[in-house]
Design a binder for this molecule. Structure first.
Ligand SMILES: [Zn+2]
Length: 201
């Protein structure tokens, strides 16, 4: 079974070296839609792969980092980087060019880490991130799966968030916790109705 949660952000970028003239030379924006797909080996105590409400923490905050923000490729000229950081409060510096493909890959990398560092407390059965789909326009999207992580060797430290972005997270320590390998503990649920699990025959 697959579940999907939809997020979005209004993001600005330049995609250097792409074929479209306007895209590679000029700052512009898109209303991005991000679809995050999860799967598991069974359902939790609530009959779910994973409660949608649990995605409102680090996952939502991470994606929201890119909202009303400039996505700054770290290969940009120093002068440009310094100007953007000085003149615009919300920015994210990233190790890859901000194409839909690279966003989906980078989001997969980070959300996968968040899930692997989450302690599920309601009988969830090996929740896994299946894919991340990033729609740049109403007609075009890129989707990344685990096997696509071979495209780029991401590390968490290569993604840098401006102070303003960090200050607007629900937990300003969220990304530091992720880098340290700390766990995100989901709340325990007091069960009123136990759903009997079927034994495997
Ligand atoms: Zn664009």
């Amino acid at each position: 079974m697959i579940i999907r949660k939809k997020f979005g952000f209004e993001g600005a970028h330049i995609v250097r070296d792409c074929s479209s003239d306007r895209c590679r030379h000029s700052i512009h924006g898109h209303s991005y839609i991000v679809e995050v797909f999860f799967t598991s080996n069974g359902l939790d105590n609530g009959g779910m792969v994973m409660d949608f409400g649990l995605m409102k923490g680090p996952i939502k905050n991470f994606i929201d980092s890119f909202d009303h923000a400039y996505s700054l490729w770290n290969k940009e000229e120093q002068e440009f980087k310094e100007f953007m950081k000085k003149q615009s409060e919300r920015w994210v510096e990233m190790p890859v060019s901000p194409s839909a493909e690279m966003y989906s890959l980078m989001f997969f990398f980070v959300i996968d880490k968040i899930i692997s560092q989450t302690v599920f407390n309601n009988g969830e059965k090996q929740v896994r991130l299946r894919s991340v789909r990033v729609h740049e326009t109403a007609s075009g999207y890129a989707e990344s799966f685990a096997e696509d992580l071979t495209y780029w060797n991401f590390t968490l430290g290569d993604i840098i968030f401006s102070d303003k972005v960090v200050s607007e997270w629900k937990d300003s320590q969220m990304y530091e916790k992720l880098k340290r390998g700390d766990f995100f503990i989901n709340p325990k649920v007091e069960l009123k109705y136990h759903q009997d699990e079927h034994d495997n025959h």
